[in-house]
Design a protein around this ligand. Structure first.
Ligand code: GLN
Length: 483
């Protein structure tokens, strides 16, 4: 009965998509507002406040964390220690989604998981307002994101029937939601609150954002799909075992995780070393000599999400045009292209660093160009990666597979923190060239992977379907076949 009700209310459409998509969009927008608001000020909070004497001595667990890192890497100065904290936090935040996905698939379901995760993350942001509880706050965020992120992401795909051509578009729209939140938060949590009034107000605003997201989600539950676990059990008593085809799809996704790791390892420098580049090596005057207003450091964190929002319609339109001519690349080829674009973005930075004499700053327009190119690369890799998982992962382990996709951000961010320590040991052109080479190498590997993976992935559903399908009368009456 509950399933039928959910299905009926979900049949309402908005702009050709189920109404639930709007609510998932808004919920994720606020959750990402919280995540990126906190992330925008994290590295600055560390180097400008928390790691300085005497505050550092009062932070519970900080000395032990430093010992652990130094055991692994050798002595660390403040910038290097902050890079390791930033990298480790942003890594573990993406490890837990794998377990959060498994827990949802097997026991809790997606809906409760999202609520538990949202609550934990809201509490965490308020805990972060107390400097001595910094490590506790980070741990709560890591736990909360594990419950939240994979499960809200699978719910997007669950709004549609298997093979529905709107799934790719749904994820692109969802990704815009992510980035509206990511765009607003550095401005509100960083430039308007954190930088002028104290970082703790930035954390506070992030917590309020997460609460707003939760309230929207809970109110929208009736428009959301029944949990996949419930949908499977409504038709069968037991979960069906994975077939040979399922295992091949799992293998293909696991293989893709390797190069995608290198995307995140370099891409995620944005919040770390690129933030420091904006702070210390960039001439941030808007129009030097004419309009000397300085762009706040944290505002650069808003460039990428703003560009995602602006570029998404263009990219989706472009793919649609390619599809009509039958020239749209496969998902895996798009990912390779995304990696090549990322390599180009760091080549731009290498050039900027190369032509800037030591001790000088360089125009912020270099950063602008960097963000434009890396953002195009992201659109060619990240939202379509989510859609790929939603389309090809076996239903029984869907959330866990979504979690696996996020594990690329775990491994990527671990590497990112480590790569970030070279920001002080290498000269800047070589640092950026290192990122260029890593991105380009991973691009070549992904491009090669396309040949064996194409037949496996395409069997599981078309990879390119630009046209909107007719709205389904009732997307949930048919459960997605498990095998
Ligand atoms: N920017 C996207 C998000 O926040 C992707 C992040 C990631 O997977 N590393 O959801």
């Amino acid at each position: 009965m509950a399933l039928a009700n959910a299905a009926r209310s979900n049949s309402a459409q908005m702009f050709g998509h189920p109404r639930g998509l709007t609510y998932l969009f808004t919920t994720e927008m606020w959750e990402r507002f919280a995540y990126y608001g906190m992330r925008a000020i994290l590295i600055l909070y560390l180097v400008n406040f928390l790691l300085l004497h005497p505050v550092a001595e009062s932070v519970i667990g900080l000395a032990a964390t430093k010992h652990l890192f130094e055991y692994l890497t050798g002595p660390l100065n403040t910038q290097q220690f902050s890079s390791m904290i930033y990298g480790t936090y942003t890594a573990f935040v993406y490890l837990t989604p794998f377990f959060g996905g498994m827990i949802a698939d097997n026991w809790v379901g997606q809906r409760y998981s999202v609520i538990i995760g949202g609550l934990l993350m809201a509490i965490a942001e308020f805990v972060l307002m107390v400097p001595s509880l910094f490590v506790v706050g980070l741990l709560l965020l890591i736990l909360g994101n594990g419950f939240f992120k994979p499960n809200i992401s699978t719910q997007v795909g669950n709004l549609y029937r298997e093979g529905d051509s709107r799934i790719d578009r749904a994820y692109s729209i969802f990704y815009v939601g992510i980035n509206v939140g990511a765009f607003l938060s550095p401005i509100i949590c960083g430039s308007l609150l954190g930088e002028p009034y104290g970082y703790h107000w930035g954390f506070c605003a992030a917590g309020i954002g997460m609460i707003l997201g939760l309230v929207i989600y809970v109110n929208a539950l009736r428009t959301l799909p029944p949990d996949r676990i419930a949908r499977l059990r409504s038709k069968t008593d037991e979960k069906r075992p994975l077939t040979g085809e399922d295992w091949k799809a799992v293998f293909a996704l696991v293989l893709l995780c390797i190069p995608v790791t290198f995307f995140w390892a370099t891409y995620e420098q944005q919040g770390n070393t690129m933030n420091l580049w904006a702070q210390s090596f960039t001439d941030r005057r808007l129009i030097p000599g004419l309009l000397d207003w300085e762009i706040p450091v944290t505002l650069f964190q808003a460039f990428n999400p703003a560009m995602i929002v602006l570029f998404t319609p263009l990219v989706v339109w472009f793919w649609g045009r390619q599809a009509k001519k039958n020239t749209e690349p496969t998902t895996v080829t798009k990912m390779a292209l995304g990696l090549f674009m990322l390599a180009v973005s760091y080549a731009i930075m290498a050039l900027a660093a190369y032509i800037t004499p030591a001790g000088h700053t360089t125009s912020w327009l270099w950063l602008f160009a960097f963000y434009a190119v890396i953002t195009m690369g992201e659109l060619y890799l990240s939202p379509i990666g989510l859609a790929l998982v939603a389309r090809v992962a076996p239903a029984q382990i869907l959330s866990a597979m979504m979690g696996l996709w996020f594990i690329t951000s775990f491994t990527g961010n671990l590497l990112q923190g480590y790569i970030g320590t070279y920001f002080t040991t290498l000269d800047k052109p070589h640092f950026f060239l290192l990122c260029t080479v890593l991105g380009a190498g991973a691009g070549v590997v992904t491009w090669i992977f396309n040949f064996p993976l194409k037949p496996i992935l395409e069997k599981r559903g078309p990879t390119a379907q630009p046209e909107l399908a007719e709205p389904q009368a009732d997307p949930h009456m048919e459960p997605r076949p498990a095998g």
